[in-house]
Ligand binder design. Sequence first.
Ligand code: FPP
Length: 238
Amino acid sequence: MKKNGLLPEHIAIIMDGNGRWARQKKLLRIKGHEAGAEAVREITRECAKKDIKQLTLYAFSQENWKRPKREINLLMKLLKDFLIGERGEIRENNIRLTAIGRVWELPDFVQRELSISMEQSKMNTGMVLCLALNYGGRSEIIDATKKIAEELKEGKLKLEEITEESFKKYLYMPDMSDPDLLIRTGGEMRVSNFLLWEISYAELWVTDTYWPDFRKSHLEDALAEYANRERRYGGLKE
Ligand code: FPP
């Protein structure tokens, strides 16, 4: 059987289990998110070192607005501190920071630091670190559809020009390649409205490990399994 044998170009991660990690340790939920931010640092550095082309992290979903206001505020503050605190690391590792999602609905203080980090790193040529913020997969498809409808109405686009390839250009990151590997921590077997269009053929890897405990060794396990998977994209074995 032909094994894939390769490193994924694009890894996407659903970072779940921060709350359960904290509860297990009798800590406040925010402590779980803080520990989760540490894991983000380590995994980002590892992926950049390994020549992964893109790492996309589900940092805040549209559904996360349903959480208590206090937790949301603390998460936003943590995000701001991360954006400011990681600028040196991003520069040293030649990382280009980007974001997907309805970022224009985030608090101003987050948007401001996000655009500074994006601007400062836009010429970097190494790994792309893409933060999914106020992101929802269905919303992304709706937002793309609206842009397409607008262009159709204005006569800039013809109906027959709408294809899978051209549709992609209207998504939040038109130049992003589809994730090859989708990792979910915290054990749930769900996609949770993440990258619905883009993960059509992604290999899924789920671990019971909570995100704050996710380290280089877990990443290595995921990569080893990915290398052994056979990707057929609906075709037959060679
Ligand atoms: C899910 O855990 C995680 C989140 C909702 C937020 C993810 C945020 C971080 C990892 C930290 C900040 C991110 C960056 C980029 C600095 P959960 O609270 O749903 O866990 P549970 O399912 O155990 O309750």
